[in-house]
Design a protein around this ligand. Sequence first.
Ligand SMILES: NC(=O)c1ccc[n+]([C@@H]2O[C@H](COP(=O)([O-])OP(=O)(O)OC[C@H]3O[C@@H](n4cnc5c(N)ncnc54)[C@H](OP(=O)(O)O)[C@@H]3O)[C@@H](O)[C@H]2O)c1
Length: 344
Amino acid sequence: MSFKVAVVGATGNVGREMLNILEERGFPVSEVVALASRRSMGTEVSFGDRTLKVRPLDQYDFSDTDICIMSAGGNVSKEWSPKIGKQGCVVIDNSSAFRYDQDVPLIVPEVNPDAISLFTRKNIIANPNCSTAQLVVALKPLHDAATIKRVVVATYQSVSGAGKEGMDELFTQTRAVFVADQVDVKKFTKRIAFNVIPHIDVFLDDGSTKEEWKMVAETKKMLDPKIKLTATCVRVPVFIGHSEAVNIEFEKPITADEARDILRDAPGCQVLDKREDGGYITPLESAGEDATFISRIREDSTIDNGLSMWIVSDNLRKGAALNAVQIAELLVERGLIQPKKKAA
Ligand SMILES: NC(=O)c1ccc[n+]([C@@H]2O[C@H](COP(=O)([O-])OP(=O)(O)OC[C@H]3O[C@@H](n4cnc5c(N)ncnc54)[C@H](OP(=O)(O)O)[C@@H]3O)[C@@H](O)[C@H]2O)c1
C-alpha cells in the first residue's frame, strides 16, 4: 500500500526537511509532489536521490492525492486546507491556523495518538508549535507518573523557527558586524546577531506574546487542561535547535533520579545528564537529530515536588517535519487512510 503525498512549502525550511524525513523513514509513497508559490515554479528540490520540480499550489488538483503536508504559513493554510480536505485529501498542517479548532485534532504521536480519530470531521490534522512539541514529549511521561500542576518555561528559540528569512538575517547581520558594515534589521524586531530578543509573534492584551499563549493552549489541548503553564519565549542567535529551561511542580513526590529513569524509557526522549563539564545537550548537537533531549534534571528545593530541567530538540524535525511525518505514519498504522489509487 502506498500513498500520493503533496508537500506544500517544499522550498521552505520545514518543507525541505519534510522531504528528507519522508525519504529517511521510508514512508510508503507512490509519488511525492513538491508545491510552493508561483515564485518557485520550476525550482528543484531533492527527495532522496531524486530531484523534484516545484509546482505552484494554485494550479494543482488534489483529487487523486492522499496526504497533503502543509507548511506554507497560516494564511495559505486558512485558504487552502479546507478546500484540500474537501477533495478527500488528508491535510497535516504545520501552521497555527487550525490548532485551536475543536474539530481538528492537534497531535504529537508520543502524547495523544488516540485523538487522531477526530480528523474525519474536517480532514485536517494540526501539528503543534515547535516549542510545544518538544516540551510535551518530555512532560507526558512525567505527568503520567506524578501529575503536573504547574510549569514555568523560558525558551531559547533558534532563528530557523522564523523560516529561511530568519536564518538569512542572522547570517547577514553576523557577517556585517565582522566586516564593520551596516547591520539591517528586517525579519526580527531588533538585531539578532550577538543579541537575544524576548519577543516572538504578536503581543496580546495581557502583555504576553502569541507564541507564549500557544504553548499554554496547546499543552492544555494535548496533555491536560488542568495543567497551569507560564512561558517566556525568547529568540536567540542559534541557527537550528530550540532550548527550554523548564520548572515543573507536581502533585505527587518525584525525585530527580526517578524522573531520569522515566525519561530514559519514554518514547522520543533521550536523557543526556552527567554532572560534569559538557555532560548536557546544546542546540548545536540536537540539529539533525530526531530525539527530544533532556539534561540538567534536578530537584527544586524552593517548592514541594518540584523539578527543573533543560529540554532541547531540532525545531525543524520534532518541532515540525518529523512530527508531521509521524502523524502520517500513525494514519497508516491505524488503517485510517487508504490510497485513492490502487497500485497497478
Ligand atoms: N520553522 C519552524 O521551526 C516551524 C515549526 C513549526 C511550524 N512551522 C510552520 O511551518 C510553516 C513553514 O515554515 P518555514 O520555516 O518552512 O518557512 P519558510 O522557510 O519561510 O518557507 C515558507 C514556504 O511556504 C511557501 N509559500 C509561501 N507563500 C505561499 C503561497 N502563497 N502558496 C504556496 N506556497 C507558499 C514558500 O514558497 P516560496 O519559496 O515559493 O515562497 C516556502 O516554500 C509555517 O506555517 C510555520 O509556522 C515552522
